[in-house]
Design a protein around this ligand. Structure first.
Ligand SMILES: [Zn+2]
Length: 311
């Protein structure tokens, strides 16, 4: 079985909109992207932009940006000996990273922290040491909140005790509080007990397939959360890169899914899977307060990095 699929807690959160067919709208060769943006091709499959490297692989629905795995809606293809991506992938996933540092978003003030699960919903439970996901997610949110408040940010929690909050209500709490950013915390689980590492999820753009949809064929309307596509991509990259770097963890990539908690957000948002409780060695690490401190610090560094890049 492919490592990490299906992911138990991920699937519980999914609200997939899909159905009709949609094929490649238009293919753009990488060398055209490079020439239009004044960038240097490093190889037929990669180019450099402001010291950052974009690297693509034929037939893959991912690419790497500064070595961090990023999602695509459609597979990379070769046409007439040229490596090409779909025009929607350029628009949704590549262009925001090309214009990194040129966005003009307001400075973040209020950050909503969403501790996954709670109450009768335990989330996943580690088979090796019995750690319970709902306890860990709140623990991380409290550690992150303390650091953010020290930095001068205001924090809103979707829950601060062991209670079950419906998924739709979580994004409503963030919206009603005027949150500028939504960070949802989860821990992972997979039937393949060797699966480990970090994943950060952002909302799938309209008319694209989510990471765990096998086919590229989909039709979906734009959701409220899609108003922040550019910022979501940058947020996903910032969080994934600081957490993977901070913990020296395996990069399982920024992925995109239509999670209920991300659909109706009126601000950029991401859901972080902070490691696998199903993996004995990763679960042992997660059990240590020092590791959880490092994780919280890395999440806060990701938020600061995002805040600095988009201001
Ligand atoms: Zn979960």
């Amino acid at each position: 079985m492919r490592s990490g699929t299906p992911l138990v807690c991920v699937l519980l959160l999914l609200g997939v909109v899909q159905g009709q067919s949609n094929c490649h709208a238009e293919l753009i060769p990488l060398n055209k992207i490079a020439s239009q943006n004044g960038l240097k091709m490093l190889s037929p499959n990669s180019f450099a932009a402001n010291g950052a490297v974009f690297s693509f692989k034929e037939k893959s629905r991912t690419f790497t940006f500064n070595k961090i795995l990023m999602p695509l809606g459609f597979p990379v293809v070769k046409r007439y000996f040229k490596t090409c991506i779909d025009s929607s992938d350029y628009e949704y996933h590549v262009r925001p990273l090309l214009s990194l540092g040129k966005q003009h978003h307001k400075k973040l003030k209020i950050i909503a922290l969403d501790a996954g699960h709670g109450g009768e919903d335990d989330g996943t439970i580690s088979p090796s040491n019995g750690l319970i996901e709902k306890v860990l997610t709140l623990d991380i949110c409290i550690r992150v909140a303390k650091l953010l408040e020290k930095d001068g940010y205001a924090v809103v929690f979707t829950r601060q005790s062991d209670e079950k909050i419906p998924l739709k209500q979580r994004s409503q709490i963030a919206n009603l509080s005027g949150a500028d950013l939504f960070i949802c915390i989860h821990f992972n689980s997979a039937p393949n007990l060797s699966a480990k590492g970090i994943e950060t999820f952002i909302l799938t753009p309209a008319d694209q397939s989510s990471t765990y949809q096998k086919s590229s064929k989909t039709r979906s309307n734009s959701l409220t959360g899609n108003n922040f596509n550019d910022l979501n991509v940058i947020l996903g990259y910032c969080l994934q890169s600081t957490i993977v770097g901070g913990l020296a963890a395996i990069d399982r990539g920024v992925k995109h899914e239509r999670f209920t908690v991300l659909k109706t957000l009126k601000c950029p948002g991401a859901l972080i899977e902070c490691g696998f409780l199903s993996n004995a060695s990763e679960s042992e690490k997660i059990g240590s307060a020092a590791h959880r401190n490092k994780l919280a610090e890395s999440i806060v560094r990701g938020i600061e990095k995002f805040d600095n890049l988009v201001r």
